[in-house]
Design a protein around this ligand. Structure first.
Ligand code: ADP
Ligand code: MG
Length: 698
């Protein structure tokens, strides 16, 4: 847009310094242009008024015209709700409020004409509209009509009278004042080539749509623009980085890997494991730094892959390191890997927050002089005091649990950045990976080791534990082990513990003949390890725990995972927990214990778990249910931007297309130096503030 649209928002008619400050702070709107790029989050078709007798269970937001016949309140305290019986003489609906009851009864009176507006849902045999919008009805002339935009506003904005309606007014003022100055922000060849609506027209139609087709066109144009520039930015920057950065070259396969393969490998690798190792070996020999994400469902055997890759690093004279998110997991990896490496002359150590000072010092020294070859640890190993002699490969297990900054620190652990491999069982759906990582290489282990039986997942109501305990008893008698997990209630660790302690007692009473281990977040690492070990070596048959055992833990003899209050967990967490069983050849079970009454979302989550064992499917479903900003791990993995209009899930085809267009542009004009592309450079520079160091996201 033109410089005119850069005008400070405080000069816009109807704003002023005070409101400007609120717009700045609350929604990042500083200029008139910013305002025009603050898009409605929904539109309501107010051209039509429905009759109550037309309502069915499947309607979006609709408008009704009628009157309230009476108010009634139900329940007490937090369960109190207000119901207004509403009629238009073709039927009745109940309007329901759970909050602001007094305001409603003060504001609205029975037998006055109102336009109400909301989404009807079926409740019992009646229709219900919760928290509807209500406007007094005067006449047809003055009632809202057409497609009405709705803008998100915060509490603070509302307190200063900037609600959605006020935003509409501001938009109108803003648009009229700059409409003639809006200049195109995409090169003409792209606008034409992709049949896009021009910018000025799109801005107009997104705020004041005349009809739905025009609105769709406007949205498509603006979404494209948003996604296109993100892709162009990522692609341009990562290509430059790739060309600049030299990587360590791992040329050979040497004694360590060969001996391990011939003498120590406990089982045949799966084809997927072989393929991944081959690909990554190739990657690490190209002379470019590897930056790869390995996705493999829980139990697919990522640890073994990690180990063999580390051996390649060792064979080439470099050190390797494995970083994991929890102490339990670090210890477990250390023990497993030490066991697997028995007989090979390899120096391996464990470094966590609870490593003793003397051990720590020994580790520091041996890392620096190169005697120590493999270091396994928690984030303790990214501390500045931890310096390597020649670190060649870093593997980050459960990488979504680490922040961008934490991962970035690993880059500086060697004068030439080490190869980086992230591993995760919480797959990032493809569309999201593309947006977040740009050109990060992704490998997928799409095969489980042979002989695994799919885990059977069942939902059990908490009032019907009898049968559940019987089947647990049966498993225990067959020599299997059982996990029972209690949810983590973050607001109250005390309450957590109470849940867990009560559960522990209860389980002791139900299974008197068995030994029960207990692990929770408040225990000292030493105690945690000791309890974990009791379970690993079968001294304890039942493990009662909070989610500290969520990631990575591997006890193949465990065949039952009971998750208490399963409705409290997110999908990927449930999938991770379930992945703690089904690791051996026995049939395993996952039992999701829930109350009888569940919210619609919880019910969906539980159903997905019961129906699917596929981590990718679950991740996609999770993304759809929660929306991308909320996806577990994405915040940490650093989706560093707020999209203004596009939605990477719903708009994945526009994203795909925008990426192709961006690729083509860079292919023809890598420096963007053609005159027709100067506009692209200018826009990229403008987005400069949002330029991320993509290279550091591994
Ligand atoms: P994850 O990918 O979830 O980290 P792990 O690496 O913990 O999975 O492996 C799960 C289990 O599968 C471990 O007990 C491991 O020893 C076993 N395993 C790994 N690879 C194979 C294989 N090729 N054949 C048989 N079992 C395997
Ligand atoms: Mg693992």
């Amino acid at each position: 847009m033109s410089s005119y649209s850069q005008t400070d928002i405080k000069y816009l008619n109807g704003v002023g310094p005070k409101k400007a400050e609120i717009l700045n702070k609350e929604i990042d709107v500083f200029s008139v242009e910013d305002l025009l790029y603050y898009f409605p989050y929904k539109y309501i078709d107010r051209s039509r008024i429905y009759f109550i007798h037309e309502i069915d269970g499947n309607m979006p937001y609709i408008q009704l015209k009628g009157r309230i016949t009476a108010f009634e309140t139900f329940g007490e305290g937090r369960n109190k709700r207000l119901v207004a019986h509403f009629t238009d003489d073709t039927g009745f609906v109940d309007l329901v409020w759970f909050q602001g009851l007094k305001y409603i009864t003060d504001q609205y009176k029975p037998n006055m004409p109102y336009i109400i507006f909301g989404k009807p849902t079926i409740f019992g045999n009646k229709f219900n509209i919760t928290h509807p919008e209500i406007d007094p009805y005067k006449d047809e002339e003055s009632r809202p009509s057409g497609l009405m935009p709705y803008y998100n506003t915060t509490e603070k904005m509302k307190r200063h009278f900037i609600n959605s309606k006020a935003m509409q007014k501001l938009m109108a003022t803003a648009y009229t004042s700059v409409s003639r100055n809006i200049t195109e922000s995409l090169p003409q060849h792209i606008v034409n080539g992709s049949k896009l609506m021009g910018l000025a027209e799109a801005i107009k139609n997104v705020h004041f749509p005349d009809n739905i087709p025009l609105l769709r066109e406007a949205q498509r144009r603006l979404k494209f623009e948003e996604l296109f520039y993100i892709q162009l930015n990522i692609l341009k920057y990562t290509t430059e980085r790739r060309n600049k950065l030299k990587g360590i070259v791992f040329q050979k396969v040497g004694d360590n890997l060969n001996t391990f393969y011939e003498k120590n490998l406990p089982f045949e690798l799966t084809n997927a494991q072989k393929r991944i190792i081959r690909d990554i070996r190739h990657d690490m020999a190209t002379g470019q730094q590897m930056n790869r994400l390995l996705q493999g469902d829980v139990g697919s055997g990522k640890t073994l892959v990690a180990l063999m890759l580390m051996l390649i690093a060792l064979d080439n004279g470099y050190q390797a390191s494995l970083m994991v998110p929890t102490e339990i997991l670090a210890t477990q990896h250390f023990l497993t890997i030490s066991e697997l490496l028995k007989g090979l002359n390899i120096n391996i150590e464990l470094l966590t927050g609870s490593t003793k000072k003397a051990d720590r010092e020994r580790i520091h020294t041996n890392l620096l002089n190169g005697n120590l070859q493999i270091l396994i640890g928690t984030h303790a190993l990214i501390e500045d005091t931890v310096q390597f002699n020649n670190l060649g490969l870093v593997i980050i297990d459960e990488q979504h649990r680490f922040g961008v900054a934490q991962r970035a620190k690993l880059w500086t652990k060697n004068h030439r950045p080490p190869h980086i491999l992230g591993m995760t069982a919480t797959p990032i759906p493809r569309t999201l990976a593309m947006t977040v990582y740009g050109d990060l290489d992704v490998s997928v282990i799409d095969e489980l080791p042979p002989g695994r039986k799919p885990i059977q997942t069942k939902q059990v109501y908490d009032k019907r534990r009898g049968a559940l305990y019987q089947s647990i008893q049966k498993q225990l008698e067959e020599g299997r082990q059982v996990y029972i997990v209690y949810p983590l209630i973050e607001e109250s660790e005390k309450l957590d513990l109470k849940n867990l302690e009560e559960g522990y007692k209860h389980i002791q009473e139900v299974f008197p003949g068995y030994t029960i281990a207990k692990v929770h977040g408040k225990m000292k690492p030493k105690e945690k390890d000791a309890e974990m070990q009791r379970f690993v070596n079968k001294e304890a048959q039942i493990m009662v725990a909070t989610t500290v055992i969520e990631v990575g833990v591997n006890v193949p003899n465990a065949s039952v995972m009971v998750i208490e209050s399963a409705q409290r967990f997110g999908l990927s967490q449930l999938h991770q927990l379930r992945g703690r069983v089904g690791r051996g050849a026995d049939q395993s079970f996952c039992i999701l214990v829930t109350p009888y009454e569940l919210s619609a979302d919880s019910r969906k989550r539980i159903n997905i778990m019961v129906e699917s064992n596929d981590g990718f499917e679950i991740a996609e479903a999770d993304l759809k249910l929660r929306g991308p900003g909320d996806l577990e791990g994405t915040q940490q993995s650093g989706i560093p931007f707020n999209l203004k209009i596009a939605n990477i899930v719903r708009d994945s085809d526009i994203l795909q297309y925008a990426r192709e267009v961006a690729e083509k542009v860079l292919e023809n004009d890598p420096q963007l130096s053609n005159p027709e592309n100067t506009i692209l450079l200018r826009q990229l520079r403008k987005l400069g503030g949002n330029r991320y160091d993509w290279g550091l996201i591994s």
